[in-house]
Design a protein around this ligand. Sequence first.
Ligand SMILES: Cc1ncc(COP(=O)(O)O)c(C=O)c1O
Length: 390
Amino acid sequence: MDREQLKDKDLKYIVHTYNRYDVVVDHADGSVITDVNGKEYVDFCSGYAANSLGYRNEAWLAAVTAQLGKVQHTSNLYYSEPGILLAEKLVERSGLCKVWFANSGGEANEAAIKTARKYGNTLADHKKNTIISLKKSFHGRTLATVTATGLAEAQEVFAPLVPGFVHAEVDDITQLEELTAKYDPCAFLMELVQGEGGVHALDAEFVKAAADLCHEKDILFIDDEVQAGIGRTGTLFAYQQYDIIPDIVSFAKGIGAGLPIGGIICGPKTCDVLVPGDHGSTFGMNPVACAGACVVLDTMDDAFLADVRSKSKTLRSALLSMAKVKGLDGLGLMVGVDLDGMTGAEAVAQLMQEGLLAIPAQNRLRLLPPLTISSEELSKAISILSKVLN
Ligand SMILES: Cc1ncc(COP(=O)(O)O)c(C=O)c1O
């Protein structure tokens, strides 16, 4: 089928929830996608931060295909090695206690919200169930995570939303304290690096003060690392750069390296809150996704993470020398670019013409390369960026 026929059928048969860019993907290798016309693009979208190891990573492919040949899926009613090994790795690397597996970021945050609600309703020092999240946050597309999301888009048409959510200003500890006194929350929910909200790394003092408030008032700190987690910021988890220990960390995207998987890692206060019958997911802990995810974590050792930080430095210092770049935000290889005289969406369109895929975040340009990007691919991307941003 040619590209125009494919686009026509897409319009006819698929519910129109995405405005797609005019790229029909054919295949990919390393950090480069090739479309059906043979045009190559360096991929700074990475499947929306999901393809952490790029394309055709040998170790990941071998683990996934071996597991496919062994058993592709089994129910959570039975024990299964890949998920158990993955949970052990996540616990060891996070310093937290136990893992619950889902298939996506929204589903992971839903589990975090249910855990916090049950904790507040039944286990905290007194009954409480309000959750405070931040303005400009994004937590998913389920009804509860849409409600938690602090971007006004796409909320009102789904009314009534889920009760018990309040939104606080970003980086404003005085207001967070006031809202805490007023609403008596069971949890704070925040992305330490806000992705959809413009790739903004939260202020470290704000985060530390919020975590202190949690300790003082028996409030759970839920850290949504769906986009920022699993090596993207230059540490395995973004909270490892913020000097805090969350009660729940949600993860998805990058851990799957392209397969659907998500979940939460729970600390001592939350690891035994959910019990049989409380929650579940048919494909949660799927052995193929978990076998691949084990490779992702094994790949992301100290040397790998140091390399992510060094590539981030190279990319950021190159960007700062470009005429239309006003400033940078985000951490590691999660980069938000403030532009002079052009919107993020305009930059994305021009970059695409030149052979680089990126995405906007509010008015900013967002860059999310695969963490395995080679120095040649990075140099090529920098020369395309400098052509468009100079
Ligand atoms: C911070 C954050 N949380 C949650 C989600 C939702 O994840 P998913 O689309 O896998 O449900 C996203 C997706 O972009 C995200 O960036």
